[in-house]
Ligand binder design. Sequence first.
Ligand code: FPP
Length: 247
Amino acid sequence: MSLKSKIDAQRLPEHIAIIMDGNGRWAKEKGKFRIFGHQNGVKSVREATEAAAELGVKYLTLYAFSTENWNRPQLEVIALMELLVSTIRKETNTLMKNNIRLQAIGNMDDLPPKCFKELKAAIDETQNNTRMTLVLALSYSAKWDITNAVKSIAHKVKEGKLLPSDITDQTIDEHLSTNGIPNPALMIRTSGEHRISNFLLWELAYSEFYFTDTLWPDFNKEHLYEAILNFQQRERRFGKTSEQLAI
Ligand code: FPP
């Protein structure tokens, strides 16, 4: 029996978030430059996106570039930005054909203008697609996002538009760049690292975590099926007891 056919379509995670890690190590193992790993990582982005859409997952968020990644060697940063631009340009048609909407979270002001322009064009072109939303986290960090949310809320309080006593966790949801996107049910990190690394700190509060040793460029559809099957074997209690869930 194939892994895919074992997946219960009624209990799919509505939103899967992935920390794509291990590109550099994958390249090093092969005696190549780090960018070779990133280039091969694009193939895995395609595999994960296709597999998620085929199954009926509604949101897939990929951590493509963190705020901290700007501190990498300049050549790697430039090469990564080039790769992003060319991939977005190349894949927009495929996103249209497959009815996939592209969104982005992160500090878009930091992106090189060419990268921003290409990204914005793809977001605009795919905005009415309905099958699945692919969210790219670009120049993103959760602490940056939460800090911005706090600033916007503080402004509203200062202007008398909001009372401090009216601030709820929903108020915070609404001021994050993930506003409108359901929280991830499943978070996957590749390459054997067991960290969140400033990714969706608020939104992952009740997510199931799945870690695999597979390096991102080796990640394929079967790996995604494995992660979803593992997720489906877990009981999500959201702070309740098993008995309460059975009622
Ligand atoms: C982490 O591996 C990977 C990244 C920082 C970049 C991910 C980018 C891609 C897969 C390319 C394009 C993506 C899209 C969405 C078009 P690492 O460099 O940290 O690896 P290491 O931990 O082995 O050094």
